[in-house]
Design a protein around this ligand. Structure first.
Ligand SMILES: Cc1ncc(COP(=O)(O)O)c(C=O)c1O
Length: 395
């Protein structure tokens, strides 16, 4: 009997993509839908980035190229990380990948044995647990709870470390909570990683999208350079989701393993996009600060408006572009709230359980949408909130 490999049955999809599919179906029936489900900036790459891509193509930069990425881009990334994160890495540590998700997958495949335990944030990006499971490893969640302002609880993380723990996954600013880990938390996590000799996979894809303060990479803490892999890329900070460009910064002994993964899968990342990425990092158009400034304005307004909805409670996120709303006050499940929002109000949002069990009483809204859309969305939500206000009154 022909069959699909069993590892596929333990991997999971993404809640955002299934909500998006239903939202598109409703749209095709003529319904007006406000899309707040996807984690995609409503901006595009700066004009100079697009020009660089066209120029590179015209110059014939459309061939197979260096497996771990063109040297000019890898050097630019090292300089960019020094400039924006104050960390010293060499271009020899940088491996270009077709998106952050691919970078995550290959890093985990390079470092995990079946049965290894991987500590990861819950709620968190759905890929963390899914990839670990697909590789035969055991994902072990640590909770980001509202009681703790969605910061990792160091004593919980410490208590969950066993002799099988191989990797600690961090994500600051985090999807879906928007938490920027405090210095004390990062220092504490780094100390645990050193004490138990763990790999640290630091997903820093939202590092540029923060609303105050300086960003500190996990790699900047004592004992971290030799054990930390940074995952970052161009999807969020440079609004280049569809370009499929990401990278890993890895200790020298891990780089050949990532190169081996590239040789056996994607061969290399499209050359002309890599030249355009150099321009994105230089940001001559000021795209990133302009976008982050706009997100900051939307954050103020959207969080304020969401907190006016009966039964909704939302702390302003410190980074990324998601409003993580506690809906326990509605007396209704997050799935039902999202169903009413989509089917009756035409507002697409994701039930928090899509990000792990600790997200059960939450809904994630992306505010990477225009101010007009966000205002219209909260007006529509207010109207349908009558659906759960009855439940509120009964209590
Ligand atoms: C925390 C986190 N990591 C990784 C990714 C994947 O990024 P990419 O589009 O570059 O594959 C996402 C995308 O939503 C994300 O939120």
């Amino acid at each position: 009997m022909r069959s699909i490999a069993s590892r596929m049955s333990v991997m999971t999809g993404e809640g955002a993509l299934s909500v998006y599919a239903r939202a598109k179906e409703l749209e095709s029936q003529g319904r007006s839908i406000i899309h707040l489900e996807l984690g995609e900036p409503d901006f595009h790459a700066g004009a100079s980035v697009v020009e660089s891509a066209v120029k590179a193509l015209t110059e014939g930069k459309d061939r197979y190229c260096a497996v771990i990425g063109v040297p000019a881009l890898r050097e630019e990334i090292a300089a960019y990380l020094q400039r924006t994160r104050n960390i010293n890495v060499s271009s020899g540590n940088v491996v270009i990948a077709p998106g952050c998700k691919a970078a995550l997958f290959f890093a985990m495949m390079a470092l995990l044995e079946p049965g290894d335990e991987v500590l990861y944030p819950d709620p968190g990006f759905p890929g963390y647990a899914s990839i670990a499971l697909g590789l035969g490893a055991a994902p072990v969640p640590f909770e980001l709870s509202s009681r703790n302002h969605f910061q990792p609880d160091l004593s919980e993380v410490a208590a969950k470390i066993t002799r099988h723990t191989r990797m600690l996954l961090t994500n600051s600013p985090g999807n879906p909570t928007g938490t920027v880990y405090t210095d004390a938390v990062q220092r504490g996590l780094a100390e645990l990683a050193v004490k138990h000799d763990l790999w640290v996979l630091s997903d820093e894809i939202y590092a540029r999208i923060i609303y105050g303060g300086e960003y500190a990479s996990m790699l900047s803490y004592p004992g971290m350079p030799e054990r930390t892999l940074i995952i970052d890329g161009f999807s969020k900070s440079f609004a280049m989701t569809g370009w499929r460009l990401g990278y890993t910064v890895a200790p020298p002994e891990v780089v050949p393993a990532l190169a081996m993964m590239a040789v056996n899968t994607y061969t290399c990342v499209a050359e002309f996009t890599q030249y355009a990425a150099i321009d994105a990092l230089r940001d001559r158009d000021g795209t990133t600060p302009r976008m982050v400034g706009e997100f900051a304005r939307r954050r103020e307004q959207f969080v304020r408006d969401l907190n006016r909805v009966p039964g909704f409670r939302c702390q302003p996120p410190e980074g990324a572009f998601y409003a993580w709303v506690d809906i326990s006050g509605t007396g209704t499940s997050a799935e039902e709230v999202c169903r009413v929002l989509l089917e009756d109000a035409g507002v697409a949002a994701i039930p928090g359980a899509a990000f792990g069990p600790s997200g059960k009483d939450f809904v994630r809204f992306s505010f990477a949408s225009s101010v007009a859309n966000l205002q219209e969305a909260t007006a529509r939500i207010m109207k349908v909130s009558a659906a759960w206000q009855g439940t509120l009154a009964e209590r």
